[in-house]
Design a protein around this ligand. Structure first.
Ligand SMILES: Nc1ncnc2c1ncn2[C@@H]1O[C@H](COP(=O)(O)OP(=O)(O)OP(=O)(O)O)[C@@H](O)[C@H]1O
Ligand SMILES: [Mg+2]
Length: 464
């Protein structure tokens, strides 16, 4: 469990997201609360329910980005779902409980990965042994004499003990020699043939009238385990073979039952579900067509957020302590348009503010994944050293802000469209360079690329 303090969480998020302190603080506190809860006496611990968060803000200001970064930060099972993907129970489509099933799947994958890493060294050794067995097989131990032959008094032909001892010895020497060469890495590219378990699942088509998904049971998993594993011969390099064999050995070393029960525990205690685009299912008026279904989805979400037990193929999972963070632009609809019960389930409201020119400037340059850094690195692969003067950066941001004001406010995403336009020519030409070139983007260049478009409002609508 993450033991980061709220301050540390916020400063981690600061590396990627500019501004939006309120939202960052809210998620940081929610996370810390879970840590505090895990330290409480068990009787009280059950009573502390998570305070779910609703993030409200225009499009493209970092709502999804905060959730995404948060997920990487904490080592907790996390899924992000779009509210619009769900349909009411009884309709065709994904039912809301699938988000909990996905969460468990994530937890299991995480748990399995962690366990695989733990046994990696051991698996590596076993894989080495198997490689040796493939390359220099030990002679098979003498099989028990054929019972019929024994009955008929026709015992096995006598084997010269001394000779077999000799061959055994020579094989052992060969194996040692080969083990040495394998370790030194000189054989990595040699092609060998190995037998692998066929990973492609057995196709079982069963028509139930319901999607397999809704049943929450993957029939393939149920029956797949009963059918014998298919083996397939593959020709691969030694390097690849080692990887495949190590994987297989690691699989055998881990106890899946333990992984599953741990994963369910982690899901129940530390799981986080991020529901994006919640505003898109918030419209109470209407009463016909899609609206009915939307309200139905809201009603279906209620018990999950409130705390209920969802059946998954790994067993029941309780959602009482799962943290829900939802987000939406709430441009057209308002949080008050959600059905009242659902509003009440998201007590913490944080607003994300629209981005200013200064915010844009920082977004372009500061985060570790900043756009200008990305473009510079992309073009560097072609031998083009891209550089932006501060005035050019400023100009880009001012234009982005202006266009956002004049047409639709799409937040930081505007920077993408504008940068693409500015760099279009350079991106196209860069591949034809013969030798490395320096390229400085000045304010004049930015103006030149965009001037014609900015002046014409209609054109702006289409191009930027
Ligand atoms: N405050 C910010 N700091 C850094 N990058 C940002 C910020 N806001 C947005 N971005 C960038 O803009 C893009 C869109 O942001 P994001 O996906 O978070 O939007 P959103 O708020 O979820 O919008 P929507 O309501 O449309 O889903 C991302 O690539 C992100 O990197
Ligand atoms: Mg989003």
């Amino acid at each position: 469990m993450s033991e980061l303090t709220p301050r540390e969480i916020v400063s981690e998020l600061d590396k990627y997201i500019v501004g939006q302190q309120e939202a960052k603080r809210a998620v940081a506190i929610a996370l810390r609360t879970r840590y505090r809860r895990s330290l409480m006496p068990p009787e009280l611990r059950e009573e502390v329910v998570p305070k779910n968060i609703l993030m409200i803000g225009p499009t493209g200001v970092g709502k999804t980005e905060i959730a995404r970064r948060l997920a990487r930060l904490v080592n907790a099972p996390f899924v992000k779902v779009e509210a619009t993907k769900f349909t009411e129970v009884g309709y065709v489509g994904r039912d809301v409980e699938s988000m909990v099933r996905d969460l468990v799947e994530t937890a299991i994958r995480m748990g399995k990965d962690a366990k695989m890493r733990e046994v990696a060294d051991k698996a590596e050794l076993l894989a080495q042994e198997r490689l040796l067995d493939i390359l220099v097989p030990m002679p098979k131990p003498k099989t028990a004499t054929n019972p019929f032959a024994a009955l008929l008094g026709m015992g096995e032909p006598e084997v010269d003990e001394a000779e077999s001892e000799e061959t055994r010895h020579s094989i052992r020497v060969k194996r040692q020699d080969l083990a040495e060469r394998l370790r030194s890495g000189e054989l990595e590219d040699k092609i060998i043939e190995i037998e692998v378990e066929d990973a492609t699942p057995h196709t079982l088509e069963i028509f139930t009238g319901m999607g397999v998904e809704e049943m929450g049971i993957n029939l393939q998993d149920v029956f797949g385990g009963m059918l014998p594993k298919r083996k397939r011969r593959r020709r691969v390099t030694v390097n690849e073979a080692r990887r495949i064999l190590a994987q297989e050995e690691a699989q055998k070393l881990i106890d899946m039952d333990e992984v599953i029960s741990e994963a369910i525990h982690r899901t129940e205690q530390y799981g986080i579900i991020f529901i994006d685009e919640l505003d898109k299912i918030a419209s109470r008026e209407g009463g016909a067509g899609p609206y009915v279904s939307r309200e139905g989805v809201q009603r279906d979400i209620l018990p999950i957020v409130e705390g209920s037990t969802v059946m998954t193929k790994y067993g029941p999972v309780r959602t009482d302590h799962v943290l829900f963070i939802s987000a939406g632009a709430f441009h057209v609809s308002k949080p008050a348009d959600l059905i009242p019960e659902l509003q009440g389930r998201f007590p913490i409201r944080v607003e994300l503010s629209s981005l200013t020119v200064e915010d844009f400037e920082r977004i372009l340059t500061e985060p570790e994944n900043a756009l200008l850094k990305q473009y510079t690195a992309l073009l560097a692969t072609e031998g083009l050293n891209l550089e932006f003067t501060p005035e050019a950066t400023r100009a880009i941001c001012e234009i982005a802000y202006l266009v956002n004001e004049q047409t639709e406010n799409i937040g930081a995403r505007r920077l993408h469209t504008i940068l693409e336009k500015i760099l279009e020519e350079i991106s196209f030409e860069a591949a034809d360079l013969d030798s490395p070139v320096d390229c400085v983007i000045t304010k004049e260049y930015v103006d030149k690329r965009l001037q014609g478009i900015i002046k014409d409002r209609d054109l702006t609508r289409y191009i930027l």
